[in-house]
Design a protein around this ligand. Sequence first.
Ligand SMILES: *[C@@H]1O[C@H](CO)[C@@H](O)[C@H](O)[C@H]1NC(C)=O
Ligand SMILES: *[C@@H]1O[C@H](CO)[C@@H](O)[C@H](O)[C@H]1NC(C)=O
Length: 418
Amino acid sequence: MTSSRVRFANTANSAILGVLSLCVILSSQVDTSLLDPTLIGRELQMFARDALGVDEMQNYFDGLQYRKRTIKGKDIIPQLAVKLSDKFKTRFVVAKRLKKAVEESYARSAKAAPQTECCNVDKSTLKYDERFRSKVDLDNVCVKISGSASPNPVHLDEGVFKEMKDILKMYPFIKWQYFGSEQGVMTNFPVFDDKEKCDKYDPRYRPFYVETATPEAKDVVLVIDISASMTGEKLYTAKEAAKTVLDTLNPKDQVGIVSFNTLASTPGSVGGQRRCYNERLALATPTNIGSMKNYVDGLVPFGETQYRLAFEKAFSLLKGSISKESGNNKKRLILFLTDGTPTDSKIPIFETIRNRNFELNNSVVILTFGFGSADQAILQDIAKQDTAKHGVPANTSVGDITVILTVQAYTSFAIAQL
Ligand SMILES: *[C@@H]1O[C@H](CO)[C@@H](O)[C@H](O)[C@H]1NC(C)=O
Ligand SMILES: *[C@@H]1O[C@H](CO)[C@@H](O)[C@H](O)[C@H]1NC(C)=O
């Protein structure tokens, strides 16, 4: 590392002068023909020197002492590693304590009283706290209950809240502590002023929940109908659903997108930025997820509703992504979103599903979601992979087909259950 002196950038200087000269000219309202540019220049230089202290500042910087120091990566990395591992270890200890407290609370009673909802807290009980950078009540918890939570869900009891408070006292760097339940209730400590609508939040859709519920990596293909009929609210809902699914994936998961109408396309199709998205799935890293969301946002409806091509492409992406370590028990999933009856004939659709899933040892689960006037009957048969019903006998000689029937609201929840 070499030492260098800070120079007050010339460009910054001239920018300041530029702004100043504008002010001077505007405020003095002099006839421009009378202005002597040299005089103004001198005035402004004096102003910079006397009023802004530019020279003084430059002298100060010039006078600073610098020391040369070499940083040895070899020495610093082990130190960093120790610090980081300490941090993780503590968080691990805290998470284990909370887990134990929650399990004990569940074991004690399923009838603990519900706490105040975060959206309804009495704001006068909240005080600004530097640690949380917001107004909180450190003596209580509040809950967020999803609009689609189970009726009469289980609430946590005092034992958990006491543990949360003890943890807060013991570890100054631990901030929010929360628990999201399978029934759709989030318990949050401390209490804060929640600006979100009361039933809007569902912990089961959040990455922290889905990542924990599905620690195993999965391969997911989202198939979105963009035929001419997918307009307005339907297209909007399909796009939102697709983006919610993208948000709940783990970076370990692999994901791909197929949009279909008369043809099937991917973000890597001709004209697309990344060809690889057309050949295989991509790891669900923030960059890939960002590109896929952009693709989803840009989808415009037109054309017919050709199911078979969409499935061909989806299975191709899954097949193109088989790796040595993925082995036989990788979870593979196609999410199929449509509002329409297929314009192509049924037998080839079911043949494709049977044959292509057979190539993957029948490891692919298909979840279907219908919008508006979608053909619910065929969507159910596709989800059940009931090919026999459509004259295409099943072939389970390489493994059984897994069927999950689900409703739209639970897209990410369904993935979590896989
Ligand atoms: C299918 O099963 C065979 C035999 O167990 C195995 O060798 C192959 O890797 C599997 N293929 C996939 C895609 O899981
Ligand atoms: C399943 O497919 C394989 C390969 O195409 C074939 O050899 C086998 O006979 C089929 N089994 C059934 C029960 O259809």
